[in-house]
Design a protein around this ligand. Structure first.
Ligand code: 13P
Length: 259
């Protein structure tokens, strides 16, 4: 088996959680993460209102925290928006941009996602840029075209030095919340394509973590994480259950090594 690199596992809570249950979950994840090998990095992206809670309960632990979206603007008359520097006030280090739910329900274009990635980088945070195809697009043989264009839109706005600071999450839309993960081979194929695309754009692609997301569970995590181009996972539903999330982090630990 080829030597595996360090892994990154990030929970995307989506619009779930209330103060009391968050506290139980955050404390359990912080405790469990302390027992993971050094080769696994762990993060949680919480609803923005709970950043202060995440900061209070995760500070000093192995777990980093962040938000699930940011505004394309730094400040101003944009009612309801939250800007990347605001997340920095709570010591966040991650911000998801371009999740398929935002692309679908909020009509976010790849160009807008690219601007958001820029704002996140300017604030000193790490953007987790999500890409992924729908089932129709996959069935039409358009997966590479779709995810390639989504990635290119972001890379077009970043220098190679900036691009090396992003994380890319491949999340096939049909696998999200469906219980039907991509197979390890399907995911690996797209990850290899994305890695090659980064190289083609002069990005030091070995340094860009490529996460897989879409129905990752304790039972399928290790096989996914064993793939040479899968550097970890972006976990939705299973990140809301401490034991499942920590089991997924452990699976990452089982196939990773400290670089
Ligand atoms: P599930 O793990 O619930 O399929 O969600 C994946 C996802 O969208 C993470 O961003």
């Amino acid at each position: 088996m080829s030597k595996q690199r360090a892994k990154l596992v990030v929970g995307n809570w989506k619009m779930h959680g209330r103060l009391a249950e968050n506290a139980v979950l955050l404390e359990a994840v912080a405790r469990g993460a302390g027992e993971l090998p050094e080769s696994v990095r762990v993060g949680v992206c919480v609803p923005g209102l709970y950043l202060a809670q995440a900061q209070a309960l995760l500070d000093g632990s192995r777990v980093v925290w962040g938000v699930q979206d940011v505004s394309a603007f730094t400040q101003g008359a944009y009612t309801g928006e939250v800007a990347a520097p605001m997340a920095v006030d709570f010591d966040a280090s991650l911000a998801i941009v371009g999740h398929s739910e935002r692309r679908a329900y909020h009509r976010e274009s790849s160009e807008l996602v690219a601007v958001k990635a820029q704002r996140v980088l300017e604030a000193g945070l790490t953007p987790i840029v999500c890409v992924g195809e729908t089932l129709e697009e996959r069935n039409a043989g358009e997966t590479e075209q779709v995810v390639g264009a989504q990635l290119d839109a972001v890379l077009a706005k970043l220098s190679p030095q900036e691009a090396v600071r992003i994380v890319v999450a491949y999340e096939p839309v049909w696998a999200i919340g469906s219980g039907k993960s991509a197979t390890a081979q399907q995911a690996q194929d797209v990850h290899a394509f994305l890695r090659a695309r980064l190289v083609a754009k002069s990005v030091a692609a070995a340094d860009v973590p490529l996460l897989y997301g879409g129905s990752v569970k304790p039972g399928n995590a290790e096989e996914l994480f064993r793939q040479p181009d899968i550097d970890g996972g972006l976990i939705g539903g299973a990140s809301l259950k401490d034991q499942d999330f920590l089991a997924i982090c452990k699976a990452a630990g089982a196939v990773s090594v400290t670089q």
